[in-house]
Design a protein around this ligand. Structure first.
Ligand code: S3P
Length: 178
């Protein structure tokens, strides 16, 4: 597919298990736009898993790294940015992402999110906020605390239930190109 010239980023937001990384990779390939996954950059920069960062330095330290990565990567535009589930919690992140991009909230039911999370054997290394106690309860609490914020932050809400990666990605591409 031909290259799309649009200086805005495509920013994917939503909970763990929404498919932000795989959908972001699909869109990036199809539109020939650079792909950025904020969690992966944190991993590359620190050489540590997110679980290790949380355990050794705490959540606030992780959030500082996350903000730094977002600010460093969103200014140029023309990128597909997959954010970590908590990226929209900070005003400074929301402002930077919105000023330079179009935000798509990948919204799914708890069943979809949990089934996607559990399909990856190493999910616990990336999700220290979910791996203690009941995954269902942790997800339910997070959905309750965050869904309003995702909805308010989003330019578009994309329903992900019962859709393939390609279907979700194509829907976003269709909106982005209009
Ligand atoms: C987090 C989600 C994770 C990761 C970190 C914190 C969150 O990313 O950034 O564990 O606060 O919801 P994914 O959304 O890719 O799972």
């Amino acid at each position: 597919m031909s290259k799309v010239i649009n200086l805005k980023n495509i920013v994917l937001i939503g909970m763990s298990g929404a498919g932000k990384t795989v959908v972001g990779q699909y869109i990036s390939n199809k539109l020939n736009m650079e792909f950025v996954d904020t969690d992966d950059i944190i991993l590359q920069k620190t050489g540590k898993t997110i679980k290790d960062i949380f355990e050794k330095f705490g959540e606030e330290y992780f959030r500082q790294l996350e903000s730094q990565v977002i600010l460093e990567n969103c200014l140029e535009g023309n990128k597909v940015i997959s954010t970590g589930g908590g990226a929209i919690l900070k005003d400074i992140n929301r402002k930077a992402l919105k000023e330079n991009g179009i935000l798509y909230f990948l919204k799914g039911t708890i069943e979809t999110l949990i089934s996607n999370i559990q399909s990856s054997p190493s999910w616990k290394n990336h999700r220290p906020l979910l791996n203690k106690g009941s995954l269902y309860d942790n997800m339910q609490n997070m959905i309750r605390d965050r869904y309003k914020l995702y909805e308010e932050s989003a330019d578009y809400i994309i329903d992900i239930d019962n859709k393939s990666i390609n279907e979700i990605g194509d829907e976003i591409i269709f909106i982005f190109k209009q």
